[in-house]
Write a protein that binds this ligand. Structure first.
Ligand SMILES: [Zn+2]
Length: 390
């Protein structure tokens, strides 16, 4: 199984210049090929684009492309090729997941990257050598599990440099503590587990205010000025910090959920649909529910006998008593606790939902639906306020 291992690097000033030149060349090759493909009306294929690149290097306007290693330039064409293949598969409905957008032009202000394959990099005694760049000072935060097949050099928007390796890894054996866990995701409490545990997300409101303030200043700054560029970098650094706090939190939560439980059940929340609701947009995007799901799925594949089950967002998990199966109907978001009119148990809204999520996920794995597992009741009790529930 393939995994990515990323490390921070500290290139010298000279190497930073060489990398800037390389990133520029990669961007130009990619954008040239994309522009040509768009003009042609039909994607010409990687061989044709590669032949055009060879031709371009012989012209005066593009002769400087020969100053950098040719491997990352070829890889840029490969990236475009993959982007087009994914697009075609998506159009034909042969690709799972969301619809793929056509490839877009690379911009100078976005994250920059260049990929080296085996022929153009060397890894010896934990030292990385890149063709025409040289040896890189690397912070080895953890050992590489195996020989990498490629390395990507990245400069992020905040001006930091990284190398990212693709390595082959073997799944490990860990005994799960529990059968399964259901996770209810929310805004106030990030995750409520079917064990009754409530997990709060780290508070990054201060950083968020800083970003918004910075963006207002940036909007007022003079276009093309040095101050504007400085502001852009400062905003990017704060944004990077914020997203890393989130990611670290999600990584740790996902690791714990997957390690301790044989099945992790999550709800398929329609995040892109919810973000359209503007007042909730900021909080939801930041909450990173999607990221938690992706991380759980990735981590589950690294451990033997782990399952991540995603249940439909139409499953009425907050409308059913997790004890007896009584269905009380839709509840207003402000109602935090419910007393079941059938069995009299008082439930915390989110814990009740997470227990139902777990049940639905387990039923799903057994090929049943929730309604078939739970007893059915004729009348639907619709309790719109907490008082009525009592
Ligand atoms: Zn009940």
């Amino acid at each position: 199984m393939k995994a990515r291992y990323q490390y921070r690097i500290y290139p010298t000033t000279g190497q930073q210049q060489s990398l800037a030149q390389l990133f520029g060349c990669v961007r130009v090759v990619f954008n040239d090929a994309l522009a040509f493909s768009k003009q042609s009306g039909k994607y010409p294929g990687v061989n044709r684009l590669s032949a055009r690149l060879t031709q371009a290097k012989k012209t005066d306007e593009r002769s400087w492309l020969s100053d950098v290693s040719s491997v990352p330039l070829q890889q840029a064409l490969q990236d475009l090729n993959v982007a087009y293949r994914n697009l075609f598969k998506s159009i034909k409905g042969k690709r799972k997941g969301a619809k793929v957008n056509p490839p877009r032009f690379k911009q100078k202000t976005n994250q920059q990257s260049a990929r080296f394959t085996k022929a153009a990099f060397k890894l010896k005694d934990s030292k990385i050598y890149l063709a025409k760049i040289g040896e890189l000072k690397t912070k080895w935060s953890r050992p590489l599990p195996s020989e990498p097949s490629s390395v990507t050099v990245i400069k992020d928007c905040a001006g930091r440099y990284f190398v990212s390796f693709v390595v082959e890894i073997q799944p490990i054996n860990v005994e799960p503590k529990n059968q399964g866990v259901g996770v209810d995701l929310g805004l106030e409490t990030f995750a409520t587990l079917s064990t009754g545990e409530k997990v709060k997300a780290p508070n990054t409101n201060a950083l968020d205010r800083k970003i918004r303030k910075g963006k207002r200043q940036w909007a007022r700054s003079v276009k093309g000025s040095r101050g504007r560029e400085r502001l852009r970098m400062a905003i990017a650094r704060t944004e990077a910090k914020q997203s890393e706090i989130r990611k670290d939190f999600n990584q740790k939560l996902a690791t714990r959920l997957v390690r301790e439980n044989s099945i992790v059940v999550l709800e398929d929340l329609n995040v892109s649909g919810m973000v359209k609701n503007r007042c909730l947009a900021r909080a939801i995007s930041r909450a990173g529910w999607r990221q938690l799901r992706t991380l759980c799925e990735a981590k589950a594949s690294l451990i033997h006998e782990r399952e991540v089950s995603i249940i439909s967002r139409w499953e009425p998990t907050s409308q059913i008593c997790s004890g007896c199966g009584e269905r009380w109907g839709k509840l207003d978001l402000s109602i935090r606790s419910v007393v079941c009119p059938n069995c009299g148990t008082e439930h915390d809204r989110d814990v009740n939902a997470s227990i139902n999520i777990l049940a639905a996920g387990q039923a799903d794995l057994n090929g049943q639906t929730l309604s078939r597992v739970r007893p059915q009741f004729g009348a639907v009790a619709c309790l719109s306020t907490r008082q009525e529930a009592r």
